[in-house]
Design a binder for this molecule. Sequence first.
Ligand SMILES: Cc1cc2nc3c(=O)[nH]c(=O)nc-3n(C[C@H](O)[C@H](O)[C@H](O)COP(=O)(O)OP(=O)(O)OC[C@H]3O[C@@H](n4cnc5c(N)ncnc54)[C@H](O)[C@@H]3O)c2cc1C
Length: 245
Amino acid sequence: MYLAADRWRRQRLPRPARIAFCLAGDALFGVPFFLPPLQRAVEEYGIALRRRHVLKAVHGPSRTACFAVTDAGGRVTEIERRFDLLHVTPPQSAPDLIKRSPLANAEGWVEVDPVTLRHARHANGFALGDAAGTGNAKTAAAVRLQAPVVVRNLLAALDGRPPEAAYDGYGSCPLTTAYGRVVLAEFGYGGRVMPSFPLDPRRPRRSAWLLKTRFLPFLYWRMMLRGSERDLPHRERHVAGPQAA
Ligand SMILES: Cc1cc2nc3c(=O)[nH]c(=O)nc-3n(C[C@H](O)[C@H](O)[C@H](O)COP(=O)(O)OP(=O)(O)OC[C@H]3O[C@@H](n4cnc5c(N)ncnc54)[C@H](O)[C@@H]3O)c2cc1C
């Protein structure tokens, strides 16, 4: 959305694009600490933020999307919105194979201990990645840190020892607020802010853009997929400055 808004703004269209962001929930982003730069970008681009809009149906020929909208009093009404271009993100879900399996919890994710990543009911089972019921932000950055934890704890289990490695819930969302600018949101369980660099992570930065576009592909293809555990160390930091309400 931000990249499209930035591109259209740079094109100086005769009639500026009107963009609406319809969220199923209430919050623009799950971790309040990172809200100010995202909210600022929404305002600067003139994006209409529509909360509690759950997409129910799309009618292609008439370019209409139907939403169930819940108001502050909890009353639900159905509304239709016209669009020229619709970008839909489905709700996060584990694959049906997992959802229907005895490994799943009530929400359909693999039921693991969020720290050891060992299955809660089957001691010889482990899970990592998007399908794991761990409550972290579902990112490849999380997978990168979960993989060594699973390997260590799996080997310990095979030796009859208790799990020895712990996952702290780290995940990273590089949020591209414009071409050339990224807010590098790194956080762990409970929304604890865990940046890799001693900088205010709420600031959209060119350095974070270069990290995302140049370094992370290298980290992924050359290191992560080849089994290297080398990483940019992150840690919980207190960052001063205004917080989102
Ligand atoms: C648009 C987008 C942007 C993203 N950007 C970032 C980012 O900038 N940084 C970041 O860290 N993360 C990002 N992510 C998240 C990241 O891609 C995921 O967290 C990561 O890919 C999860 O890895 P995974 O191996 O757990 O699952 P997947 O990568 O989803 O792999 C699961 C695999 O299982 C296969 N599969 C499913 N069902 C079956 C079956 N029945 N039998 C056999 N195979 C099956 C699927 O085809 C798939 O290949 C992004 C995700 C999206 C969608």
